[in-house]
Write a protein that binds this ligand. Structure first.
Ligand code: ADP
Ligand code: ZN
Length: 610
């Protein structure tokens, strides 16, 4: 009798058997097919889009071990824990583990007992790691957070540059670079630096239909924050602020107001940081107030809101940070507060970094593009997706601008007056004096200035309206502020653009927020993508019982609850009340490993709630 050669497992079967999902999402199927067939690629997909399966499934289908390079140690451990729950043989190698753990991982790796191994770039490049890997069958290399290789991105990590060596050392092994954040230029940079120029690029839509976006000008950030949070008590969320001091203060204010809020930033000692992370992952309803030090490793699926109490660094960072909300596909919110002084602060900080000129200019442009989006009059989600190259993005129908389209007024003439005043004055005045000039305010004015044709051309317009227009022209790059001993002077921006406004070829619209537009959004939480509440009243008791069981199980195994089952899976179990293993395994998120491990307990709980 002849035996047929062992067939490579079918990706769809692996998806169902191991992960318990019935179908691939978006471009996942195509990417998986490409990599299983030995191809390399760059994958761009939004946070929460499902990047992990794009390399986990090929690693299980191809012979050998899949090597995943990730800069995020906390995330590695979670991913390994989640994979083990699903019955996948996985381990991590990173600097935060002891020598015994590393030895055990190497031993398993050498004896072919691992489907996946997670490595930090430092580990991969240190010592003889590459030589040791070269002796083993490798299924693929996955390079997570691939934008870290590019200086054009917002999160450059020099050690990533050395990952180019993989192409040279392992020319026949597929390499999959993945990122949630890359504009055209960063994308090309990644391809070049990781030697993927001739390989495919998979671009998923950056749409996150379950997230609702709201952007507000700062009034009193502390009070605004509490107004946002009041209707959201009991939900897990992240509040980003720009400095450690701000984080500490906001966290204290929130705690004093009765919120379960904890501060997180790089100035806290490591034990404190991991305790905060632990609480956020394990308990529901914790709010973490943090600098951007918190987040790259957060794959908690049920984060319900991300609030920027200070604006993010650029649109890429905005989308990535907001994308940490609602990974479970249920309704979630992204709320951002910004002000003109934040723009000035961001540009000043950029100047202090003393980057090479071309890079500094690109970064400044990125910052302005983000503010232009904040100040914009059309759908926020569509604006961001266009920024990422999705030319045909439709309005989302649920962001603040879609729900309350601002009235825009043609301010081209006002802008012409303002720009010519700045031009005539030769950029010698700061904001306040410039507005006085336009309004013909005579204090502190010399004869020369009073005789200028632009002096008093804007008498009929309020100082506040001029200030708004000034901000907007800054956001659009038509005006710039130059540092001048802490009292910035206003000068002209991009000459081509300024000329277009003078000639009337470029229209300037300002927006007037409709009165009474309320910022809490708490009542109208209907959304396009996500389902409503996970459970309706009748199933609440069973849902709670399942959550209680999961909490105990997670504590016993020292893993976060969501690696056992997601809320959505428990909600589906509560709704369909399966009475057999077959019925249970038909539910999304229940693969073979989890069925074997937890099937009996879950069925018992369902039966008992009868
Ligand atoms: P990313 O790394 O892109 O941010 P993840 O890989 O963490 O996203 O996936 C986000 C969530 O979506 C995870 O909870 C994952 O289980 C789920 N998911 C991914 N692909 C599928 C799929 N094909 N069907 C159902 N759920 C999926
Ligand atoms: Zn919209």
């Amino acid at each position: 009798m002849t035996t047929a050669p062992a067939m490579a497992p079918d990706p769809l079967e692996v998806l169902a058997e191991v992960f318990g999902y019935g179908s691939f999402r978006g471009p996942q199927a195509e990417i998986v097919g490409h990599v299983v067939g030995g191809g390399s690629a760059l994958v761009l997909m939004p946070t929460g889009g499902g990047k992990s399966l794009c390399y986990q499934i090929p690693a299980l289908c191809r012979p050998g071990t899949g090597v995943v390079i990730s800069p995020l140690i906390a995330l590695m451990d979670d991913q390994v824990a989640a994979l083990r729950q699903a019955g996948v043989r996985a381990a991590a190698l990173h600097s935060a583990q002891g020598p015994e753990q590393a030895q055990a991982a190497w031993k398993a790796l050498r004896s072919g007992e691992l489907d996946l191994v997670y490595l930090s770039p430092e580990r991969l490049l240190a010592g003889d790691c590459l030589d040791r890997l070269a002796e083993l069958p490798i299924a693929l290399f996955a390079i997570d957070e691939a934008h870290c290789v590019s200086q054009w991105g917002h999160d450059f990590r020099p050690e990533y540059l050395q990952l180019a060596v993989l192409a040279e050392r392992f020319p026949t092994i597929p390499r999959l670079a993945l990122t949630a954040t890359a504009d055209g230029r960063t994308r090309e940079d990644i391809r070049q630096r990781l030697r993927l120029q001739d390989d495919r690029v998979f671009l998923a839509s950056f749409d996150r239909p379950n997230i609702t976006y709201l952007v507000r000008e700062k009034e009193g950030p502390g009070a605004q924050l509490q107004a946002f949070l009041a209707p959201r008590k009991g939900e897990a969320g992240i509040v980003y602020a720009r400095s450690r001091q701000r984080v500490d203060r906001l966290a204290q204010e929130l705690a004093a107001a009765g919120f379960d809020a904890l501060a997180y930033h790089a100035g806290l000692d490591p034990q404190r940081r991991s305790a905060v992370l632990e609480r956020f992952r394990r308990d529901s309803g914790v709010i973490v107030v943090a600098t951007i030090a918190f987040g790259m490793g957060i794959d908690k699926p049920d984060v319900r809101f991300v609030i920027h109490a200070d604006p993010p660094a650029a649109i890429e960072a905005y989308w990535q940070e907001v994308g940490r909300a609602g990974r479970d596909g249920r309704p979630a919110e992204g709320i951002t507060l910004y002000g003109a002084s934040d723009l000035a602060w961001a540009l000043e900080r950029l100047r202090r970094r003393e980057l090479p000129e071309a890079i500094a200019q690109t970064q400044a442009h990125k910052i302005r593009q983000m503010y232009a989006m904040f100040e914009g009059t059309v759908c926020r989600a569509a604006a961001v997706r266009r920024y990422f190259g999705e030319i045909d993005a439709d309005p989302c129908g649920q962001c603040d601008l879609c729900l309350h389209p601002p009235q825009s007024i043609d301010a081209t003439q006002m802008a012409q007056k303002l720009l010519s005043a700045v031009h005539r004055l030769g950029g010698r005045l700061g904001r306040g004096r410039l507005i006085d000039h336009l309004r013909g305010v005579t204090k502190a004015v010399n004869e020369h200035e009073a005789a200028m044709s632009t002096f008093g051309v804007g008498r009929d317009v309020s100082a506040a309206a001029w200030r708004d227009l000034l901000d907007q022209l800054m956001f659009e790059g038509l005006l710039v502020e130059h540092a001048n001993d802490g009292r910035p002077l206003v000068g002209l921006g991009e000459p081509v653009e300024v000329r277009a406004v003078y000639r009337g070829d470029r229209r300037v619209d300002t927006r007037r927020a409709p009165p009474g537009q309320e910022a809490t959004g708490g009542s109208a939480r209907r959304r396009r993508g996500g389902d409503a509440d996970p459970v309706d009243g009748a199933n609440q008791g069973l849902f709670d019982a399942l959550r209680g069981w999961r909490r105990a199980e997670a504590a016993r195994q020292h893993v976060p609850p969501y690696v056992i089952f997601h809320d959505q899976t428990l909600a589906d179990i509560a709704a369909s009340r399966p009475t057999s293993r077959d019925a249970l395994s038909a539910i999304g998120g229940v693969g073979r490993g989890k069925l074997d491990r937890y099937g009996d307990s879950v069925l018992e709980i369902v039966r008992a709630s009868g």
